[in-house]
Design a protein around this ligand. Structure first.
Ligand SMILES: [Zn+2]
Length: 134
């Protein structure tokens, strides 16, 4: 599987590029690449999340660090990138974050930092032992 944006190769079973957050393709064909670049128009798909809390934390950090972004969110997000049977909608709420290409490196730094903080926080909250809530 190959990412049509960054051209990274993934083992079979992977469906989304871990860097770009976009769907992998089996083969790079120019049409697929062109469609993605046209859709993006200076914006690059950056991250997808089903968590509004995570989204809020990312956006707050982006604004603090001057990363320009666009959010697409809703329960019919897949309609934007493919023909979906409307009978299968609504889907679970999902947000897709796009950033301006020039801000991408900064955006990745921010996301990495947020994930590190989240790990620290969950490690700290487990400090009291493994009690199972009833
Ligand atoms: Zn990629």
């Amino acid at each position: 599987m190959i990412c049509p944006r960054c051209h990274a190769e993934f083992r079979p079973g992977f469906t989304v590029c871990s860097d770009c957050g976009i769907a992998l393709v089996e083969e790079l064909d120019e049409a697929a690449v062109a469609v993605i670049e046209e859709e993006a128009g200076g914006l690059e798909p950056f991250h997808e999340t089903g968590s509004s809390d995570e989204l809020a934390a990312i956006l707050e950090a982006f604004e603090e660090h001057g990363v320009a972004y666009v959010v697409q969110a809703g329960t019919a997000l897949s309609l934007l990138s493919s023909d979906v049977d409307p009978g299968s909608l609504p889907e679970e709420w999902q947000a897709r974050l796009l950033v301006v290409g020039a801000h991408r490196a900064r955006a990745r730094e921010i996301l990495r930092e947020l994930r590190r903080q989240a790990l620290d926080a969950s490690a700290a909250s487990r400090g009291g032992g493994d009690r199972t809530p009833l």
